[in-house]
Design a protein around this ligand. Structure first.
Ligand code: ADP
Ligand code: MG
Length: 288
């Protein structure tokens, strides 16, 4: 490999906001055949807003939202930030919470009054042996639906919606044109995942993947002979980025994601992934 071509390639990338860690990463980017995209904060903006507040019979919207926000105060999850923000906007007084716990990929738990409440994915309540009414049909619109309940009391459902980044669908199309298989990975439920993948033009997706299992999804494909690029933004994505042939951290990603990445995209756009691959291929062509 001529060092000059690599240097020029890396410089050109930097000018376009694509920071490539080293020569090896630049070479590998052009050889990947599979791109795995995290959903929240990667394909989407990662700033969901509360869209529906659906209290159970006998529960007020204010009670549902105040309890939910109280439980989420200790969490930095994008869903948590949206719930706390909406409660604040409505000027709700939040009850005190003790024994707060956050369970990655599932939700949060805490004691309000003399009851332990859970807030999170409807599927999680089955694991907790708590029966909650089936979620309203909002996931088909790409919304994330969460439930709030204790062992004895169901308070209601909340729905939140996150938007695709403006050029995510166009970037996916470009990656597919470059001959890459594009796969979406998410901890979100099946119906929400299907809706978002469809909006983005992605045929293959894996839903309900726990944060700690994202790296295994990457490794599984590498063991099957694929060369995998993984794109993520958050703390939870760092192991998956490190497990990939090439890890891409997008935008103002968490420091840990950037540390684990081979390529950092300074612009909040997945076009940077396609640009990096094209740049690498052009550089490799000069070397041969
Ligand atoms: P993603 O892969 O989209 O980043 P996560 O793995 O962080 O999603 O979470 C998966 C699911 O777990 C969410 O869709 C939600 O249902 C639930 N969940 C996780 N953390 C929280 C939280 N703090 N508040 C509410 N729900 C949560
Ligand atoms: Mg995420």
């Amino acid at each position: 490999a001529t060092p000059t071509a690599i240097m020029v390639g890396m410089g050109r990338g930097a000018q376009a906001g694509i920071l490539v860690r080293d020569a090896r990463a630049l070479e590998l980017a052009g050889r990947i055949d599979t791109v795995i995209l995290d959903k929240t904060g990667t394909l989407t903006e990662g700033r969901p807003g509360l869209t529906d507040c659906l209290p159970a019979a006998g529960v007020t919207e204010a009670e549902l939202l105040a309890t939910a926000a109280a439980l989420e105060q200790g969490s930095l999850h994008p869903l948590a930030l949206a719930i706390v923000e909406e409660a604040r906007r409505r000027g709700l007084r939040l009850p005190a919470v003790t024994e707060f716990r956050s369970i990655a990929g599932k939700g949060v738990t805490g004691r309000v009054g003399d009851e332990t409440f859970h807030l999170g994915a409807p599927a999680w309540f089955a694991e907790l042996n708590i029966t909650v009414p089936s979620a309203p049909l909002l996931a088909e619109q790409g919304k994330t639906v969460v439930a709030v309940a204790s062992a004895t009391r169901f308070l209601g459902h909340l729905a939140l919606a996150d938007r695709l980044r403006a050029d995510s669908a166009a970037a996916v199309a470009r990656l597919q044109t470059l001959g890459l298989e594009v796969i979406m990975l998410t901890g979100d439920n099946e119906a929400t995942a299907r809706a978002i993948a469809t909006q983005a033009g992605i045929r293959h997706y894996v839903a309900e993947v726990l944060p700690q299992d994202k790296a295994a999804e990457v490794s599984r494909r590498r063991e099957a002979g694929r060369r995998v690029g993984m794109v993520g933004d958050g703390i939870n994505d760092a192991p998956a980025l490190a497990a990939a042939d090439v890890g891409f951290a997008i935008g103002a990603g968490a420091d840990v994601a950037i540390e684990a990445a081979d390529v950092t995209l300074m612009r909040d756009s997945l076009m940077g992934v396609a640009d990096a691959i094209s740049l690498s291929r052009a550089t490799l062509a000069k070397i041969r």
